[in-house]
Design a protein around this ligand. Structure first.
Ligand SMILES: NC(=O)c1ccc[n+]([C@@H]2O[C@H](COP(=O)([O-])OP(=O)(O)OC[C@H]3O[C@@H](n4cnc5c(N)ncnc54)[C@H](OP(=O)(O)O)[C@@H]3O)[C@@H](O)[C@H]2O)c1
Length: 308
Protein backbone atom coordinates (compact mmCIF):
# COMPACT_ATOMS: atom_id res chain seq x y z
CA UNK A 1 0.00 0.00 0.00
CA UNK A 2 1.31 3.42 -0.94
CA UNK A 3 1.11 5.79 2.01
CA UNK A 4 3.00 8.59 0.27
CA UNK A 5 2.35 12.16 1.38
CA UNK A 6 4.50 15.26 0.82
CA UNK A 7 6.05 14.51 4.23
CA UNK A 8 7.66 11.47 2.57
CA UNK A 9 9.77 13.69 0.28
CA UNK A 10 13.48 13.22 1.01
CA UNK A 11 15.70 16.20 1.75
CA UNK A 12 16.09 18.32 -1.40
CA UNK A 13 18.91 20.53 -0.12
CA UNK A 14 21.34 21.39 -2.89
CA UNK A 15 18.75 20.75 -5.61
CA UNK A 16 17.17 23.40 -7.82
CA UNK A 17 13.63 23.12 -9.17
CA UNK A 18 12.47 25.29 -12.07
CA UNK A 19 8.69 25.47 -12.28
CA UNK A 20 6.87 27.03 -15.22
CA UNK A 21 3.58 28.51 -14.02
CA UNK A 22 5.12 28.82 -10.57
CA UNK A 23 3.22 32.03 -9.92
CA UNK A 24 -0.09 30.37 -8.97
CA UNK A 25 -2.13 27.22 -8.46
CA UNK A 26 -0.41 23.84 -8.70
CA UNK A 27 2.95 25.33 -9.66
CA UNK A 28 3.08 27.58 -6.61
CA UNK A 29 2.08 24.69 -4.31
CA UNK A 30 4.76 22.50 -5.90
CA UNK A 31 7.32 25.23 -5.21
CA UNK A 32 6.13 25.76 -1.67
CA UNK A 33 6.50 22.08 -0.74
CA UNK A 34 9.87 21.62 -2.45
CA UNK A 35 11.21 24.73 -0.71
CA UNK A 36 10.00 23.30 2.60
CA UNK A 37 12.15 20.25 1.85
CA UNK A 38 15.23 22.36 1.19
CA UNK A 39 15.17 22.87 -2.60
CA UNK A 40 15.92 26.20 -4.20
CA UNK A 41 13.03 27.08 -6.49
CA UNK A 42 12.89 29.18 -9.64
CA UNK A 43 9.36 30.34 -10.44
CA UNK A 44 8.71 31.12 -14.10
CA UNK A 45 5.74 33.05 -15.49
CA UNK A 46 4.60 36.06 -17.47
CA UNK A 47 4.01 38.64 -14.77
CA UNK A 48 6.93 39.89 -12.67
CA UNK A 49 4.49 41.23 -10.07
CA UNK A 50 2.77 37.83 -9.70
CA UNK A 51 6.14 36.06 -9.59
CA UNK A 52 7.45 38.38 -6.88
CA UNK A 53 4.32 37.80 -4.84
CA UNK A 54 4.63 34.02 -5.28
CA UNK A 55 8.33 34.02 -4.32
CA UNK A 56 7.41 36.04 -1.24
CA UNK A 57 4.71 33.48 -0.37
CA UNK A 58 7.28 30.66 -0.63
CA UNK A 59 9.69 32.53 1.65
CA UNK A 60 6.87 33.33 4.08
CA UNK A 61 5.90 29.66 4.41
CA UNK A 62 9.54 28.52 4.78
CA UNK A 63 11.76 31.16 6.34
CA UNK A 64 15.19 31.09 4.71
CA UNK A 65 13.85 29.42 1.54
CA UNK A 66 15.59 30.36 -1.71
CA UNK A 67 12.99 31.42 -4.28
CA UNK A 68 14.02 33.16 -7.50
CA UNK A 69 11.91 34.27 -10.45
CA UNK A 70 12.19 34.02 -14.22
CA UNK A 71 10.13 36.04 -16.67
CA UNK A 72 8.86 33.62 -19.31
CA UNK A 73 6.03 33.89 -21.80
CA UNK A 74 5.52 30.46 -23.34
CA UNK A 75 3.34 31.97 -26.05
CA UNK A 76 6.28 33.96 -27.44
CA UNK A 77 9.30 32.06 -28.77
CA UNK A 78 11.63 35.03 -28.33
CA UNK A 79 10.72 35.22 -24.62
CA UNK A 80 11.17 31.44 -24.37
CA UNK A 81 14.64 31.71 -25.94
CA UNK A 82 15.73 34.60 -23.70
CA UNK A 83 14.52 32.93 -20.49
CA UNK A 84 15.94 29.50 -21.37
CA UNK A 85 19.30 30.96 -22.43
CA UNK A 86 19.64 32.83 -19.15
CA UNK A 87 19.19 29.60 -17.22
CA UNK A 88 21.17 27.40 -19.62
CA UNK A 89 24.26 29.60 -19.36
CA UNK A 90 24.65 29.60 -15.59
CA UNK A 91 22.36 27.21 -13.74
CA UNK A 92 21.97 23.56 -12.89
CA UNK A 93 18.33 22.46 -12.96
CA UNK A 94 17.71 19.20 -11.11
CA UNK A 95 13.92 19.27 -11.37
CA UNK A 96 12.20 20.85 -14.34
CA UNK A 97 8.42 21.17 -14.17
CA UNK A 98 6.58 21.85 -17.43
CA UNK A 99 3.56 22.96 -15.45
CA UNK A 100 2.20 26.23 -16.90
CA UNK A 101 -1.00 26.03 -18.87
CA UNK A 102 -4.08 27.73 -20.24
CA UNK A 103 -7.49 26.16 -20.79
CA UNK A 104 -10.83 26.83 -22.43
CA UNK A 105 -9.88 29.97 -24.38
CA UNK A 106 -13.20 31.17 -25.85
CA UNK A 107 -11.95 31.91 -29.38
CA UNK A 108 -9.17 30.58 -31.55
CA UNK A 109 -6.31 32.95 -30.79
CA UNK A 110 -2.74 32.82 -32.04
CA UNK A 111 0.56 33.12 -30.24
CA UNK A 112 3.08 35.73 -31.42
CA UNK A 113 4.54 33.05 -33.68
CA UNK A 114 1.19 32.10 -35.18
CA UNK A 115 0.39 28.89 -33.24
CA UNK A 116 -3.06 28.16 -31.83
CA UNK A 117 -2.72 29.61 -28.31
CA UNK A 118 -3.58 26.55 -26.17
CA UNK A 119 -1.28 24.10 -27.94
CA UNK A 120 1.23 26.89 -28.56
CA UNK A 121 1.49 27.64 -24.83
CA UNK A 122 0.96 24.24 -23.22
CA UNK A 123 3.03 22.12 -25.61
CA UNK A 124 5.09 24.06 -28.16
CA UNK A 125 6.25 26.69 -25.67
CA UNK A 126 7.43 23.97 -23.31
CA UNK A 127 9.06 21.99 -26.12
CA UNK A 128 11.11 25.04 -27.16
CA UNK A 129 11.87 25.95 -23.54
CA UNK A 130 13.08 22.44 -22.63
CA UNK A 131 15.23 22.25 -25.76
CA UNK A 132 16.98 25.51 -24.97
CA UNK A 133 17.26 25.09 -21.19
CA UNK A 134 18.63 21.55 -21.67
CA UNK A 135 22.31 22.31 -20.87
CA UNK A 136 21.17 23.29 -17.34
CA UNK A 137 19.26 20.03 -16.95
CA UNK A 138 22.22 17.97 -18.20
CA UNK A 139 24.49 19.60 -15.60
CA UNK A 140 22.51 17.79 -12.89
CA UNK A 141 23.67 14.33 -11.87
CA UNK A 142 20.08 13.14 -11.35
CA UNK A 143 17.68 15.32 -13.34
CA UNK A 144 13.94 14.76 -13.60
CA UNK A 145 11.57 16.47 -15.99
CA UNK A 146 7.93 16.41 -14.90
CA UNK A 147 5.24 17.56 -17.32
CA UNK A 148 1.73 18.34 -16.09
CA UNK A 149 -0.97 16.92 -18.35
CA UNK A 150 -4.66 16.28 -17.55
CA UNK A 151 -7.33 13.59 -17.76
CA UNK A 152 -8.61 15.62 -20.72
CA UNK A 153 -5.77 13.99 -22.69
CA UNK A 154 -8.00 10.89 -22.88
CA UNK A 155 -10.81 12.66 -24.72
CA UNK A 156 -11.29 11.65 -28.36
CA UNK A 157 -11.02 15.33 -29.34
CA UNK A 158 -7.39 15.18 -28.19
CA UNK A 159 -6.19 13.59 -31.45
CA UNK A 160 -3.05 15.33 -32.71
CA UNK A 161 -3.78 15.30 -36.44
CA UNK A 162 -4.98 18.93 -36.62
CA UNK A 163 -2.55 20.34 -34.04
CA UNK A 164 -3.32 23.99 -34.80
CA UNK A 165 -7.13 23.48 -34.89
CA UNK A 166 -7.21 24.90 -38.42
CA UNK A 167 -10.10 22.63 -39.44
CA UNK A 168 -12.31 23.86 -36.62
CA UNK A 169 -11.70 25.22 -33.14
CA UNK A 170 -13.26 23.89 -29.95
CA UNK A 171 -11.90 25.39 -26.75
CA UNK A 172 -11.73 22.15 -24.76
CA UNK A 173 -10.75 20.20 -27.87
CA UNK A 174 -7.65 22.38 -28.18
CA UNK A 175 -6.97 21.84 -24.47
CA UNK A 176 -7.32 18.04 -24.89
CA UNK A 177 -4.85 18.14 -27.81
CA UNK A 178 -2.35 20.14 -25.77
CA UNK A 179 -2.62 17.73 -22.85
CA UNK A 180 -2.27 14.65 -25.06
CA UNK A 181 0.77 16.34 -26.62
CA UNK A 182 2.22 16.74 -23.08
CA UNK A 183 2.03 12.96 -22.63
CA UNK A 184 3.19 11.94 -26.10
CA UNK A 185 6.10 14.42 -25.82
CA UNK A 186 7.17 13.16 -22.38
CA UNK A 187 7.11 9.50 -23.39
CA UNK A 188 9.18 10.33 -26.47
CA UNK A 189 11.57 12.36 -24.28
CA UNK A 190 11.88 9.33 -21.99
CA UNK A 191 12.73 7.11 -24.98
CA UNK A 192 15.27 9.61 -26.32
CA UNK A 193 17.01 9.99 -22.94
CA UNK A 194 16.92 6.31 -21.96
CA UNK A 195 20.72 6.04 -22.11
CA UNK A 196 21.26 9.20 -20.03
CA UNK A 197 20.66 10.08 -16.35
CA UNK A 198 17.58 12.14 -17.32
CA UNK A 199 14.19 10.83 -16.21
CA UNK A 200 11.03 12.20 -17.81
CA UNK A 201 7.65 11.65 -16.18
CA UNK A 202 4.18 13.00 -16.88
CA UNK A 203 1.34 13.50 -14.43
CA UNK A 204 -2.29 14.46 -14.27
CA UNK A 205 -3.22 16.38 -11.14
CA UNK A 206 -6.87 15.40 -10.80
CA UNK A 207 -8.87 18.56 -10.46
CA UNK A 208 -8.53 21.68 -8.38
CA UNK A 209 -9.98 25.14 -8.30
CA UNK A 210 -7.15 27.34 -9.57
CA UNK A 211 -6.63 30.19 -12.03
CA UNK A 212 -7.20 27.67 -14.82
CA UNK A 213 -10.99 27.97 -14.65
CA UNK A 214 -10.97 31.74 -15.25
CA UNK A 215 -11.81 31.40 -18.94
CA UNK A 216 -15.10 30.16 -20.32
CA UNK A 217 -16.54 29.92 -23.77
CA UNK A 218 -19.69 31.77 -22.78
CA UNK A 219 -21.20 33.84 -19.99
CA UNK A 220 -23.03 30.82 -18.51
CA UNK A 221 -19.91 28.69 -18.20
CA UNK A 222 -18.03 31.64 -16.72
CA UNK A 223 -20.75 31.85 -14.06
CA UNK A 224 -21.28 28.13 -13.47
CA UNK A 225 -17.70 26.84 -13.67
CA UNK A 226 -16.38 28.55 -10.54
CA UNK A 227 -19.42 27.43 -8.53
CA UNK A 228 -19.21 23.83 -9.78
CA UNK A 229 -15.47 23.90 -9.27
CA UNK A 230 -15.83 24.96 -5.67
CA UNK A 231 -18.30 22.16 -5.01
CA UNK A 232 -16.58 19.35 -6.91
CA UNK A 233 -12.91 20.13 -7.10
CA UNK A 234 -10.03 19.68 -4.70
CA UNK A 235 -7.35 22.12 -3.63
CA UNK A 236 -4.20 23.15 -5.48
CA UNK A 237 -2.36 21.68 -2.51
CA UNK A 238 -3.67 18.17 -3.22
CA UNK A 239 -3.38 18.60 -6.98
CA UNK A 240 0.38 19.20 -6.58
CA UNK A 241 0.87 15.72 -5.09
CA UNK A 242 1.30 13.87 -8.40
CA UNK A 243 3.94 16.39 -9.54
CA UNK A 244 5.79 16.18 -6.22
CA UNK A 245 5.63 12.38 -6.17
CA UNK A 246 6.82 12.09 -9.78
CA UNK A 247 9.70 14.47 -9.08
CA UNK A 248 10.98 12.95 -5.86
CA UNK A 249 9.86 9.34 -5.33
CA UNK A 250 12.31 6.52 -5.99
CA UNK A 251 9.33 4.20 -6.60
CA UNK A 252 8.71 5.70 -10.03
CA UNK A 253 10.93 6.31 -13.01
CA UNK A 254 11.24 7.58 -16.54
CA UNK A 255 8.31 7.11 -18.89
CA UNK A 256 5.66 6.77 -16.16
CA UNK A 257 2.28 8.53 -16.07
CA UNK A 258 1.18 9.40 -12.53
CA UNK A 259 -2.19 10.57 -11.21
CA UNK A 260 -4.31 10.55 -8.07
CA UNK A 261 -5.43 7.07 -7.02
CA UNK A 262 -8.90 8.09 -5.77
CA UNK A 263 -11.84 6.29 -7.41
CA UNK A 264 -12.82 9.33 -9.49
CA UNK A 265 -9.12 10.10 -10.12
CA UNK A 266 -9.59 13.70 -9.03
CA UNK A 267 -7.75 13.37 -5.72
CA UNK A 268 -5.88 10.93 -3.53
CA UNK A 269 -2.45 9.37 -3.17
CA UNK A 270 -0.50 9.41 -6.43
CA UNK A 271 0.03 6.18 -8.35
CA UNK A 272 0.66 5.09 -11.96
CA UNK A 273 -2.35 6.04 -14.12
CA UNK A 274 -3.88 4.66 -17.31
CA UNK A 275 -2.45 6.25 -20.44
CA UNK A 276 -4.72 7.61 -23.18
CA UNK A 277 -5.07 5.04 -25.96
CA UNK A 278 -2.05 5.04 -28.26
CA UNK A 279 -0.19 7.81 -26.40
CA UNK A 280 2.80 5.50 -25.95
CA UNK A 281 3.02 4.69 -29.67
CA UNK A 282 6.61 5.59 -30.66
CA UNK A 283 5.43 6.54 -34.17
CA UNK A 284 3.12 9.20 -32.70
CA UNK A 285 5.99 10.37 -30.49
CA UNK A 286 8.33 10.73 -33.46
CA UNK A 287 5.67 12.58 -35.49
CA UNK A 288 4.94 15.07 -32.70
CA UNK A 289 8.65 15.63 -32.08
CA UNK A 290 9.32 16.34 -35.76
CA UNK A 291 6.29 18.66 -35.98
CA UNK A 292 7.36 20.51 -32.83
CA UNK A 293 10.91 21.04 -34.15
CA UNK A 294 9.58 22.16 -37.50
CA UNK A 295 6.95 24.57 -36.10
CA UNK A 296 9.20 26.16 -33.46
CA UNK A 297 12.38 26.03 -35.56
CA UNK A 298 14.14 24.71 -32.44
CA UNK A 299 16.05 21.42 -32.82
CA UNK A 300 16.09 19.22 -29.71
CA UNK A 301 18.51 16.28 -29.34
CA UNK A 302 18.16 15.49 -25.62
CA UNK A 303 19.96 12.16 -25.54
CA UNK A 304 23.03 13.00 -27.54
CA UNK A 305 24.23 16.20 -25.90
CA UNK A 306 26.91 15.64 -23.31
CA UNK A 307 26.83 17.37 -19.96
CA UNK A 308 29.04 20.48 -20.01
N1 LIG B 1 -6.54 22.82 -11.92
C1 LIG B 1 -6.95 21.69 -12.46
O1 LIG B 1 -8.03 21.16 -12.13
C2 LIG B 1 -6.11 21.00 -13.47
C3 LIG B 1 -6.57 19.78 -14.00
C4 LIG B 1 -5.80 19.14 -14.95
C5 LIG B 1 -4.59 19.69 -15.36
N2 LIG B 1 -4.17 20.87 -14.84
C6 LIG B 1 -2.89 21.42 -15.33
O2 LIG B 1 -2.14 21.93 -14.26
C7 LIG B 1 -1.25 22.94 -14.73
C8 LIG B 1 -1.26 24.11 -13.78
O3 LIG B 1 -2.53 24.73 -13.84
P1 LIG B 1 -3.25 25.35 -12.55
O4 LIG B 1 -4.48 24.56 -12.34
O5 LIG B 1 -2.29 25.53 -11.45
O6 LIG B 1 -3.73 26.74 -13.17
P2 LIG B 1 -3.29 28.25 -12.86
O7 LIG B 1 -3.45 28.57 -11.42
O8 LIG B 1 -4.03 29.08 -13.85
O9 LIG B 1 -1.77 28.26 -13.21
C9 LIG B 1 -1.32 28.31 -14.53
C10 LIG B 1 0.05 28.92 -14.54
O10 LIG B 1 0.49 28.95 -15.90
C11 LIG B 1 1.07 30.20 -16.16
N3 LIG B 1 0.95 30.57 -17.56
C12 LIG B 1 -0.16 30.66 -18.31
N4 LIG B 1 0.14 31.07 -19.56
C13 LIG B 1 1.49 31.24 -19.58
C14 LIG B 1 2.41 31.66 -20.56
N5 LIG B 1 2.02 32.02 -21.80
N6 LIG B 1 3.72 31.71 -20.25
C15 LIG B 1 4.14 31.37 -19.01
N7 LIG B 1 3.32 30.98 -18.03
C16 LIG B 1 2.01 30.92 -18.31
C17 LIG B 1 0.30 31.18 -15.27
O11 LIG B 1 1.15 32.26 -14.98
P3 LIG B 1 0.86 33.78 -15.33
O12 LIG B 1 -0.57 33.86 -15.78
O13 LIG B 1 1.17 34.50 -14.11
O14 LIG B 1 1.84 34.06 -16.41
C18 LIG B 1 0.06 30.35 -14.03
O15 LIG B 1 1.13 30.48 -13.12
C19 LIG B 1 -1.69 23.26 -16.16
O16 LIG B 1 -0.80 22.66 -17.08
C20 LIG B 1 -3.06 22.62 -16.26
O17 LIG B 1 -3.37 22.22 -17.58
C21 LIG B 1 -4.90 21.53 -13.92
Amino acid sequence: MNHWTPDSIPDQSGRTALITGGSSGIGLETARVLARHGARVILAGRSQAKLDQAAEAVRASTPGARADTLLLDLSDLSSVRDAATRIAETETVDLLFNNAGVMNLPERRLTRDGFEMTVGTNHLGHFAFDAQVWPAVRRSSAPRVVTVSAIAARWPTGRLDDLMSEKGYRAMGAYAKSKRANIVYTLELARRTAASPVEALVVHPGSAMTGLQQHGSDALSRLVTPIAARLLMGSAEGAAWPSLYAATSTRVGSGEFIGPAGRDQTSGTPKPAKLPTGADDPAEGRRLWAASEQLTGVPFHPGTETAP
